[in-house]
Write a protein that binds this ligand. Structure first.
Ligand code: SUG
Length: 453
């Protein structure tokens, strides 16, 4: 079946800031408290989307969430007017205000796990919004993300959009950041690889949390109706998590038949590769591009975000293209490795560098910013065209960012109630641009502030 791989990127929100909220994400911790540039961040994200759309790839947009998120603060006992809630929270619980203000929904790789219809028992595209329970600031994303995904994929004859898994540590789920699909062609049945950092409870003695569990991955595979013989469950190596690979996509990326990964990405690499070969039997021969510690030390892989590149089947090109962050060109050993990689005859033919520095300072590279969705012709026709980027939408969105976003945001600015009003005005206008309907955001609904987030 003919199909394309679309990228849906999270549009960076107005409160993009460096809150130091994600333990185990080294960039987030190192840049805590720095001044951020929300307008530049959003424009960098839009420029990346435009680059891919111009190449002829299908590019979608997922809207930012409302921030600060007042329902969280009210649930935590702050009352009065919205301005009073923010002021009281800023003076008595500033960490909570930072969590409620995070623009982290921009990292769409964490929005959901997606199984193309070629892999599922009922022949529909299955999408499960992630619960992101491990980090407080991300645990408030799931319900709004599910709303965005239902807006993007409205027709239930083609799409099954699932709510997040139960909000419990047992089912800790960070979406497609720990999921890789390999296939001969996008529209053909593939092998889905689910990576977990732990099989159950938190692993004692580890410095950093493992944010994806095996029970979560098993539940996703069940919900999506995947064939057991085409599904692989792999354990992340604790060494990678302890070195700062808080998601598998910091040390591994795959596309078509190619898996590009660091030798320390998985626990028991040989068995994982064998399981992938077995699962692909009769469909395709996997091509493994394994990068050794000697070639690129794990620490360099993590600071440069080499593996958090997008690996893309570029229209008109035979070999895959790696869309890498500028930081990987600026890390000398990684730059040399990339020259060797593309100089050979392997599956990756070219590297293109993109500037997403604002996002990178919070640990989000090019691959974090996008959710991949394989769409057959019929599914593409059924997807919401208002959320797909063309030149006109790009112009509208850049104009919208220029009009509404602040140039700079310092930590103390989060206490400014005007930021809430600016955000609401901007998102009201955005619901019009993307035609999301009134009541898309909780603040646009009467009953905002009650019920499940
Ligand atoms: O969840 N950073 C995000 C980065 C997510 C990257 N996504 C993937 N690898 N797919 C996270 O750790 C930092 C926010 C702050 O500190 O202000 C943050 O949430």
């Amino acid at each position: 079946m003919a199909a394309v791989e679309a990228n849906y990127d999270g549009l960076v929100g107005l409160t993009h800031n460096y809150g130091g909220l994600s333990a185990g994400n080294l960039a987030s911790s190192r840049n805590k408290g720095q001044i951020s540039h929300p307008r530049e961040a959003a424009l960098q994200g839009l420029a990346k989307m435009k680059r891919l759309a111009d190449a002829g790839l299908v590019q979608g947009v997922l809207p930012p969430h409302e921030r600060p998120f007042l329902p969280l603060l009210r649930a935590a006992g702050f009352g009065g007017t919205d301005a009073q809630v923010i002021e009281q929270c800023a003076s008595t619980a500033p960490g909570l205000l930072r969590a409620a203000s995070s623009a982290a929904a921009m990292w769409a790789a964490n929005a959901a796990t997606v199984s193309p219809s070629a892999d599922t028992a009922d022949g529909r595209l299955h999408v499960s919004a992630a619960n992101l329970v491990t980090m407080l600031h991300r645990s408030i994303e799931g319900a709004q993300t599910a709303r965005s995904l239902r807006a993007a994929f409205p027709d239930t004859a083609h799409f099954a959009v699932h709510e997040p898994l139960p909000m419990q540590d047992h089912f800790a789920d960070e979406g497609a950041a720990n999921h890789v699909r390999l296939c001969a062609e996008h529209g053909a049945p593939g092998v889905e690889i689910f990576v977990h950092g732990r099989a159950g409870d938190c692993v004692p003695g580890l410095k950093y949390p493992a944010r994806q569990t095996l029970p979560a991955n098993q539940a996703l595979a069940r919900r999506h109706g995947l064939a057991a013989q085409r599904t692989v469950h792999a354990l992340q190596s604790p060494r990678a998590i302890e070195a700062g690979a808080f998601h598998n996509d910091v040390v591994c990326v795959g596309a078509k038949t190619c898996l590009f990964f660091h030798e320390h990405a998985f626990a028991g690499t040989r068995a994982v590769l064998e399981a992938i070969r077995r699962a692909a039997d009769g469909l395709f021969d996997p091509q493994f591009v394994q990068v050794s510690e000697d070639e690129v030390p794990l620490a360099d892989a993590i600071t440069s975000y080499l593996f958090n590149s997008m690996l893309v089947a570029w229209p008109g090109e035979e070999r895959l293209v790696l869309i890498a962050p500028l930081e990987s060109r600026e890390t000398p050993g990684v730059a040399r490795y990339l020259e060797r990689l593309t100089g050979g005859n392997g599956p990756i033919g070219r590297v293109e560098f993109v500037d997403v520095r604002q996002s990178m300072r919070n640990g989000g590279g090019p691959a974090c910013l996008r959710l991949r969705v394989v769409l057959s012709d019929a599914e593409q026709a059924a997807a919401n065209a208002h959320m797909l980027l063309d030149d006109a939408l790009y112009d509208q969105l850049t104009g919208w960012v220029q009009r509404h976003y602040r140039d700079e945001l310092a930590p103390a600015d989060l206490a400014d109630p005007a930021l809430l009003e600016e955000g609401r005005a901007a998102l009201d206008e955005l619901t019009g641009i993307l035609r999301l309907g009134s009541g898309f955001y909780p603040f646009q609904r009467e009953s905002a502030g009650s019920g499940r987030f």
